[in-house]
Unconditional design. Structure first.
Length: 309
């Protein structure tokens, strides 16, 4: 067996990696993030793409057997290893330590249930557990049944206005608290350093040139009586994994705690269960457990002891 490596190229390797992530996905044993995690980040305005050529793919012939990559911040490093190729672990960790971003010695490994063998190898190199948390999933053998409150309606995904959606996300993710009120920014110059304040062009571009495996037709947008967007829930439907990957989810401040997010997730459930979806991702906020989400992926952050919080 001869393993070769290649550095990641966004324009040519997305399909290759998507198929790899889908092929080894296992919701029971874990083993790392699902396929949409990477692609969602790569096409998001908040992602720093400066160091993508440091991401490394490991191949056995033409078959992808491993991938080491960063997300946000760039010092957060992730690993995907095909079952049967765990022997690559130490080589991949050594590569990450030597070549992946480690600014201010803040490099940390984001690991998951099913990757205990990577945890053990990291510990040999001076890494230790810094913190951990549970990201919730919803089991479709249960039922979600939250209705829209009066005065709100769903927007047809084919009619979504990217400017209104950008505004919804601006306030929904509280950017206004630190960066001011939303403006119709249309001066994005292509720089990877642009801030969320200039994200309208990013939204518009994502609608005109969507990520190759996106399923925008399953997104949920809720508007108020004035047609202003109040809640947004994105959806990546991964049929082969029976996975409803929900990302992102936000509600504008004045409409929080009214049940809009619960209604949006119910809409996903009702759309995708008939298509064969068995589970839907969520987050670690107590909100998810409150509406019926159960155990999902367990995240473990491993860093050097000096970084422990």
């Amino acid at each position: 067996m001869e393993i070769r490596t290649k550095q990641f190229q966004k324009d040519s390797d997305l399909d290759l990696l998507w198929d790899f992530f889908v092929d080894i996905y296992d919701p029971e044993t874990g083993g790392g993030v699902p396929a949409p995690f990477l692609e969602y980040a790569l096409f998001s305005s908040w992602m720093d793409r400066t160091y993508l050529d440091l991401d490394r793919i490991y191949l056995d012939g033409e078959k992808v057997v491993g991938f080491v990559f960063y997300e946000a911040p760039v010092t957060d490093i992730y690993f995907k290893i095909r079952p049967g190729y765990e022997f690559l672990t130490e080589e991949m960790i050594d590569y990450a330590i030597e070549h992946m971003p480690d600014f201010d010695h803040k490099q940390q490994f984001m690991l998951f249930n099913g990757q205990e063998y990577i945890m053990r190898a990291a510990e040999k190199r001076g890494f230790s557990l810094q913190y951990d948390y549970e990201s919730r999933n919803f089991d479709f053998s249960n039922e979600l049944s939250y209705e829209l409150p009066p005065g709100f309606h769903f927007v047809d995904p084919s009619d979504v206005d990217p400017l209104k959606l950008a505004k919804c996300c601006w306030y929904g993710f509280n950017h206004h608290l630190n960066e001011g009120e939303f403006e119709n920014w249309e001066s994005y110059d292509g720089s990877p350093e642009y801030t969320p304040a200039k994200s309208y062009d990013g939204f518009r571009n994502s609608f005109q040139n969507p990520p190759p495996h996106s399923t925008y037709e399953y997104n949920v947008v809720i508007a108020d009586e004035n047609e202003e967007y109040a809640c947004y829930s994105g959806m990546w439907w991964v049929e082969k994994n029976h996975l409803a990957y929900m990302e992102p989810l936000c509600t504008v401040p004045q409409y929080r705690n009214m049940g809009l997010a619960s209604a949006a997730l119910t809409a996903h459930y009702r759309h995708l269960k008939p298509l064969g979806a068995t589970h839907m991702t969520g987050g670690f906020n107590p909100f998810y457990e409150k509406i019926g989400y159960g155990n999902g992926s367990h995240w473990y952050c491993y860093g050097r002891s000096a970084n422990k919080v």
